[in-house]
Design a protein around this ligand. Structure first.
Ligand code: ADP
Ligand code: MG
Length: 321
């Protein structure tokens, strides 16, 4: 039976690069680069709630870090460090080897150092804290949107939710569509390069983890503005575009969650800059709505026929219906 210390030494301790002191002491020691501040965020994945028993360990390692890096992206921060608190029912070395492979592969891709954590026996639970750096004035906050700004979205929303709908037998996807949607659900790629490129350009930003409407609602609330979305202009992946059940498609697009795209606002004169970022980074960026001086926190929109709609937790609803 391997001990906690052997697990840490075999799987988590790696030579430091940027950190002053990494795994092995009571604390890690780190310093921000000159003229930057730390951006810090924690997200936890709980067995039975965020993933099912027997879920692929390598994908869990990837996703546990990816959902955290997505928060750094939404802040315009450069990823630097992570800590990992892990509760495991047993010292399953095959599981640990797979998990760390998925975790470190993504960490290495984004230059993230694992500098500490905690390992304990218990119901499987994965909590990651990430630390990034950003010049204080350039951090992309939720509270900077202004009336007249445009709302943009990277990529498409809804694919992860569509995968879940397939697994729950609420729809049937083709093999290709299912493969695409499962990858979006299990191995999301955080929009780090986009977050960095939006420094000094976006007036606000958020990563779409709880559903597009809910997350745009957070920008609206924190900024004290209203948002009008153009439903017909919301980008759809090929998989979602092929979904014949429009009610389900709408629910996935607007309220699905687990998208890890960035929603952000820019001033009306900055569209060209956003378009050149899209071209430079090879990303799809779509204008999906506008910021108005309406009721603070309110998100409303227009359907394809130009009719005004109200947003509910489930999605769009026509007023009065
Ligand atoms: P302490 O008793 O001070 O909490 P631990 O024995 O829990 O220390 O951990 C020893 C060292 O290993 C610490 O530096 C801690 O940050 C690190 N560590 C423990 N678990 C992990 C993990 N899952 N990933 C990375 N580092 C870890
Ligand atoms: Mg400890």
């Amino acid at each position: 039976m391997v001990s906690e210390f052997e697990i840490i030494r075999s799987y988590f301790a790696r030579p430091v690069r940027r950190a002053l002191l990494g795994v092995g002491d009571d604390c890690a020691l780190i310093a921000p680069e000159a003229d930057t501040v730390f951006a810090v965020s924690t997200d936890m994945l709980v067995e039975g709630k965020h993933f099912h028993v027997g879920a692929d360990a390598a994908k869990l390692g990837h996703k546990a870090l990816a959902v955290n890096l997505s928060d750094l992206a939404a802040m315009g921060a450069a990823p630097r460090y992570a800590t990992l608190a892990l509760a495991l029912p047993d010292a399953d070395e095959a599981w640990l080897a797979q998990f760390t492979q998925g975790f470190f592969r993504l960490a290495d891709a984004f230059g993230v150092e694992l500098i500490g954590g905690d390992t304990t026996r218990g119901p499987r639970n994965i909590s990651v804290t990430v630390i990034g750096t950003v010049p204080q004035q350039l951090a992309l906050r939720r509270d900077g949107a202004k009336a007249g700004d445009e709302v943009w979205l990277s990529g498409c929303s809804g694919d992860a939710a569509l995968a879940l709908a397939h697994l729950d037998r609420r729809t049937r996807l083709s093999d290709a569509a299912l493969a695409h949607c499962l990858a979006r659900l299990h191995t999301p790629v955080p929009c780090i390069a986009l977050g960095l490129a939006l420094r000094g350009i976006a007036s606000s930003a958020i990563d779409v983890s709880d559903g597009l409407l809910a997350d745009i609602g957070h920008i609206a609330e924190r900024s004290g503005v209203a948002v009008e979305l153009r439903y017909a202009e919301l980008p759809r992946s090929r998989a979602l575009g092929a979904c014949a059940d429009e009610r389900l498609a709408q629910e996935c697009l607007l309220a699905g969650g687990d998208d890890y795209e960035l929603a952000f606002t820019v001033g009306p004169d900055d569209s060209k800059r956003v378009e050149s970022i899209a071209a430079e980074l090879g990303l799809a960026l779509t204008r999906i709505g506008s910021v108005t001086s309406g009721e603070p926190g309110r998100v409303s929109g227009y359907d394809a026929s130009g009719k005004m709609m109200q947003i509910t937790r489930k999605g769009f609803d026509h007023f009065g219906s």
